[in-house]
Design a protein around this ligand. Structure first.
Ligand SMILES: Cc1cc2nc3c(=O)[nH]c(=O)nc-3n(C[C@H](O)[C@H](O)[C@H](O)COP(=O)(O)O)c2cc1C
Length: 362
């Protein structure tokens, strides 16, 4: 085993120069308009040694908003703002997917149109201390349950966002189905107590994601669409007793769509619900024959091991890309890695901790 990560990979009709993917990471540097600017283009261009870049979570609509300074892909200004980001990454011969995001209950009325309550499958609040809002830290609110009639409109927002992503030049999109945001809330029994056709059985809880996949693949070919899942995650107060059955069922269903990839946060490095044995990439492989992307706390060595074992084709790295903009070159040349980023720079607005992270000087 050696060199698996730096070998090329054919992702549908795209050739990735290596199997190192830059994981989606919110950095909160797009201001209140959600329009990316020059600084964001510089940041992504610096990291274009990756085989594939997945952008930070990007809002599909005003209602989807729940994070200060995160970008959107629903207004013409946002589409224009993304174009130089995409062009810069393409100049380095690297494809870039836009991560489509709806925060669901992990939002707050201060983000919402008309200061309405955030929306969710059911009226179940996040049980944690607070949420960061434009007005500072606030207690989490109990969300409003979406009506059955509202759901086609949100599916349509995903379709329009995918269309906008295409117009901005993105090679594809990743549907953010992880980390306790709206789609994950529909999938999991902890947050979905609906009695309509979107709640209850596995088939019903999967319906919302299925309709979104159908909508988005009407815009991009299916091999240009990925889906992200966090079967083991506790982030945003998630974790359901039937997690194993739920997520392996969803994977089995998604396999029918011939997607570009299924992105699984298999590692426990972003929080673990501890409700049983973690779902592994090996478990996924048994039900998902397509391209699997692993993520969470992986190192070069255990990433290579997963590829050598045949349980993943691609490995995404998050935090290492913040402080190592040239991460693939460091892996390839055996150069040392910089320390993990302190949380203080994750979301701080401005260039510090964002575009000032040095590449290795040989
Ligand atoms: C600063 C920061 C922002 C993140 N934002 C997102 C995001 O927008 N969308 C998402 O799916 N995951 C997000 N994540 C999770 C990462 O994609 C990744 O799963 C996590 O960092 C674990 O991988 P790592 O150990 O390689 O960093 C974020 C993580 C960090 C540290």
């Amino acid at each position: 085993m050696a060199g698996e990560l730096i070998s090329a990979y054919e992702l549908g009709d795209l050739t990735l120069k290596n199997r190192i993917v830059m994981a989606p990471m919110t950095r909160g540097r797009c201001g209140s308009s959600g329009v990316p600017g020059e600084m964001n283009a510089t940041y992504y261009r610096q990291r274009a040694g990756a085989g594939l870049i997945i952008t930070e979570g990007t809002f599909i609509s005003p209602q989807a908003n729940g994070w200060v300074g995160a970008p959107g892909i629903f207004s013409p200004q946002q589409v224009e703002g993304w174009k130089p980001v995409v062009d810069g990454v393409h100049d380095a011969g690297t494809p870039i997917f836009c991560q489509l995001w709806h925060c669901g209950r992990a939002s707050h009325s201060t983000f919402q149109p008309g200061n309405q309550k955030p929306v969710a499958p059911s009226e179940i609040a996040i049980n944690s201390d607070y949420i960061h809002t434009p007005n500072g830290k606030q207690p989490n609110e109990t969300p409003r349950a979406l009506t059955t009639e509202e759901l086609p409109g949100i599916v349509e927002d995903y379709r329009l966002a995918a269309r906008n992503a295409k117009a901005a030049g993105f090679d594809g999109v990743e549907i953010h189905g992880a980390n306790g945001y709206l789609i994950d809330e529909f999938l999991q029994t902890k947050t979905n107590e609906r009695s309509d056709q979107y709640g209850g059985s596995l088939e019903n809880r999967f319906r919302f994601l299925k309709e979104i996949v159908e909508a988005v693949t009407s815009v991009f070919p299916s091999n240009r669409v990925g889906v992200r899942q966090s079967p083991n995650g506790v982030y945003n107060d998630m974790g359901s007793p039937d997690y194993r059955d739920t997520f392996l069922y969803v994977a089995e269903q998604l396999a029918k769509f011939d997607l570009g990839y299924l992105h699984v946060m298999d590692g426990l490095g972003f929080g673990f619900h501890e409700l049983g044995e973690p779902v592994t990439l090996g478990d996924y492989r048994k039900v998902y024959p397509g391209t699997l992307m692993g993520n969470c706390g992986h190192t070069k060595d255990d990433g290579e091991q997963r590829i050598a074992d045949g349980v993943a084709e691609l490995i995404a790295f998050g935090r290492p890309f913040i402080t190592n903009p040239d991460l693939p070159a460091r892996f390839e040349n055996g150069w040392p890695l910089a320390d993990d980023p302190p949380q203080a720079i994750w979301y701080s607005p401005g260039p510090e901790g964002y575009i000032d992270q040095p590449a290795h000087s040989a």
